[in-house]
Design a binder for this molecule. Structure first.
Ligand code: ADP
Ligand code: MG
Length: 333
């Protein structure tokens, strides 16, 4: 007995050591990053989990969900609610997801006094900023393209969307990417993923933190291609940036970009970039576009009307404006 006791202890120690190793191996999170082109931009999903098999499946499912949302909300194509709405005379019934996006968009439209407008499809097509042949339209063309747009251009009754004017073309370009990010996050969460970042062209949503520390999100400098404006330390939230440097063309020394002011029909001139931090990526997406149109003062005031929503605005003259609640999480570069 006395001889075997050390042996038993040794065996027990070895077993404990083995179990501890197993635990470490089992709990060491695996990381996976995948990117795809979706909704006209690069979408990147980075996720970590202790279970590599689950990780791969979850990321694949998240991309599939984003592809499904893109199918519903892209401007044209079979199965697109937006395409059906645009060709309809008075409106049509849409999928619950599309109705949810339009409901949120209408809220932002109302809160922003119409600066956010989902009825600018004709105006967007007229400028052609995201095409090979953009051009500055003549004022009468702009007036015509704006006909029917404005507060009240769209109404939602359950799943039915009503258009104020048959000619109105719906465009969810300022909100659909954020919504798709929210859906991807939902899929990842349901699969048990506790740490992830989903980024669709500057519409980012974060699950949890990054290895026990906040995620560090660098915000692009609007006038220095390789430069950073600021770094934000964020946990379990969304951040979206809208800028005049993303999609634009220049003519006679003037920059014409893709965020349009519904009051004038021209690209909004008050900001270089707007970053919004809030819980949902769809709301961050819509608010960053809306605040961009409104400019620094009214833009930050708009953000205050939404719970736990913060922002960072670079005005047209390059001055920087941050909401007070963001200062603690912000390092200027
Ligand atoms: P990005 O698409 O580059 O992320 P935004 O989220 O700011 O940028 O969305 C810009 C897009 O939103 C435009 O390409 C257009 O489709 C649409 N849009 C432009 N101006 C407005 C506006 N005032 N209100 C709502 N949507 C707009
Ligand atoms: Mg947007």
């Amino acid at each position: 007995m006395s001889l075997t006791r050390p042996l038993v202890i040794l065996l027990l120690l070895a077993l404990l050591g083995f179990l501890a190793l197993q635990r470490c191996a089992g709990e060491r999170p695996q990381q996976l990053s995948r990117s795809r082109i979706l909704m006209g931009t690069v979408v990147e999903i980075s996720a970590s989990s202790a279970d590599p098999g689950r990780l791969e499946a979850a990321v694949t499912d998240a991309f599939a969900e984003m592809t499904r949302i893109e199918g519903l909300m892209r401007p044209a194509g079979e199965g697109s609610d937006v395409a059906r709405l645009t060709v309809s005379e008075q409106g049509t019934e849409v999928a619950p997801e599309t109705a949810e996006v339009i409901a949120l968009g209408l809220q932002v439209a109302a809160a922003s006094g119409g600066a956010f407008d989902m009825g600018l499809g004709r105006l967007k097509a007229l400028w052609g900023i995201e095409t090979e042949t953009p051009r500055v339209p003549a004022p009468p063309e702009i007036r015509q393209a704006l006909a029917g747009a404005g507060l009240g251009d769209l109404r939602l009754d359950g799943r039915r969307v009503e258009k104020a004017q048959p000619a109105l073309a719906v465009d969810l370009g300022a909100i659909a990417k954020g919504y798709a990010v929210d859906r991807a996050v939902e899929v990842l969460r349901r699969a048990g993923i506790e740490s992830a970042a989903v980024n669709a062209g500057g519409n980012i949503r974060l699950i949890g933190d990054h290895g026990g520390r906040p995620w560090r999100i660098a915000i692009q400098h609007p006038r220095e291609a390789a430069g950073q404006l600021a770094v934000l330390e964020l946990v379990d939230t969304s951040v979206s940036t809208s800028g005049d440097y993303e999609r634009f063309f220049e003519q006679d020394g003037v920059r014409y970009h893709h965020i349009l002011d519904p009051r004038t029909g021209y690209p909004a001139g008050r900001c270089q970039s707007v970053t919004v931090v809030t819980a949902s990526a769809a709301l961050a997406d819509a608010l960053s576009t809306a605040a961009f149109v409104l400019g620094p003062e009214e833009g930050l005031a708009l953000l205050q009307r939404f719970p736990a929503t913060e922002g960072l605005i670079v005005a047209a003259d390059g001055t920087r404006h941050a909401s007070p609640g963001l200062e603690a999480r912000l390092t200027w570069r």
